[in-house]
Design a protein around this ligand. Structure first.
Ligand SMILES: C[S@@+](CC[C@H](N)C(=O)[O-])C[C@H]1O[C@@H](n2cnc3c(N)ncnc32)[C@H](O)[C@@H]1O
Length: 271
């Protein structure tokens, strides 16, 4: 006698798409299949990044691909970064919520240049330029649109599962983003960047203070419980970097291997 076991596999599971169906002969040998199916299903239900929670649904209802928009909205409400007519550089833009919010705020007279290693869901528009690639490589479109009024970075590394390594990569992405802000922002421009909390926090804050009049630290309410991320805001750029200065390209942090599986972007996926 044959039986079909059905369960839900995670979208990136090598065993197959959702739902996963396995045909097997009933008997003691089918126990591992049942256990596997159960584990996959429970795993999905327990993984907060695999579920569309109320914030994700609310974001989608407002036309944003991810819940991360609420973080930028909160930072913007507190720090008044974005305004009509501005030029904005969005580093680590996929899937595109920050880009869309910024484009809506700066309006038709403004401009948002967005870049990510991954493809964004945002379509090009007269006030949006979408680039794919490592933010720390040379992209003429980025320098052509400079100087910017706001440089924002929601960049996050592919999470490795090793906390120290992820924190160190996040710190390097953050520092690289600050330096890009100081190189491509106009005097008086603003910066916001994501950082995974670590022992490097003070150094990161010092870097922001070196270049900006004021530094604010914000952990948005919409950040998921258990996430170590926070945002550092630099208000009013006072010390620019020259074009020739090292933009702080942080070596191998940008993982251009195209692996955009949800597992590899656990922190970043819905953040
Ligand atoms: C949290 S997600 C960004 C979410 C986005 N702000 C939104 O609202 O849709 C972080 C992104 O950083 C990108 N990223 C990481 N390192 C990068 C790099 N060196 N250059 C460009 N993008 C990078 C990842 O590919 C990932 O899509």
């Amino acid at each position: 006698m044959f039986l079909v076991f059905a369960c839900h596999a995670p979208p990136n599971c090598s065993l197959g798409p959702t739902p996963l169906a396995i045909v097997g002969e009933v008997g003691p040998q089918s126990a591992p299949f049942v256990a596997l199916c159960y584990a996959l299903d429970v795993g999905k239900r327990n993984n907060p990044y695999a579920r569309a929670d109320s914030r994700t649904r609310a974001a989608r209802a407002q036309g944003y691909p991810a819940r991360s928009v609420f973080k930028l909205k909160e930072v913007d409400a507190k720090c008044h970064l974005l305004a009509p007519g501005q030029r904005v550089l969005d580093l680590g833009a996929a899937p595109g919520s920050w880009t869309r919010f910024a484009a809506r705020t700066v309006g038709p007279s403004g401009k948002v240049v967005a870049i990510d290693l991954r493809e964004t869901t945002i379509e090009e528009a007269p006030n949006i330029t979408v680039l794919r690639g490592n933010a720390f490589h040379v992209h003429p479109e980025i320098s052509e649109a400079a100087p910017y009024d706001v440089v924002m970075s929601d960049m996050a590394p592919n999470t490795s599962g090793t906390k120290l390594e992820d924190q160190s990569k996040s710190f390097r992405l953050f520092c690289g983003a600050v330096r890009m802000g100081a190189r491509l922002g106009k005097l008086g421009s603003h910066f916001v960047g994501k950082l995974f909390m670590s022992d490097d926090f003070e150094e990161a804050r010092e870097l922001v203070r070196t270049h900006y009049d004021k530094c604010r630290v914000i952990r948005p309410k919409s950040t998921r419980t258990g996430s170590s991320e926070l945002f550092l805001v630099g208000l009013s750029l006072k010390l620019q970097l020259e074009e020739s200065d090292d933009a702080g390209a942080p070596g191998d942090v940008g993982d251009a291997n195209g692996d955009d599986s949800p597992e590899n972007h656990r922190e970043s996926e819905e953040s």
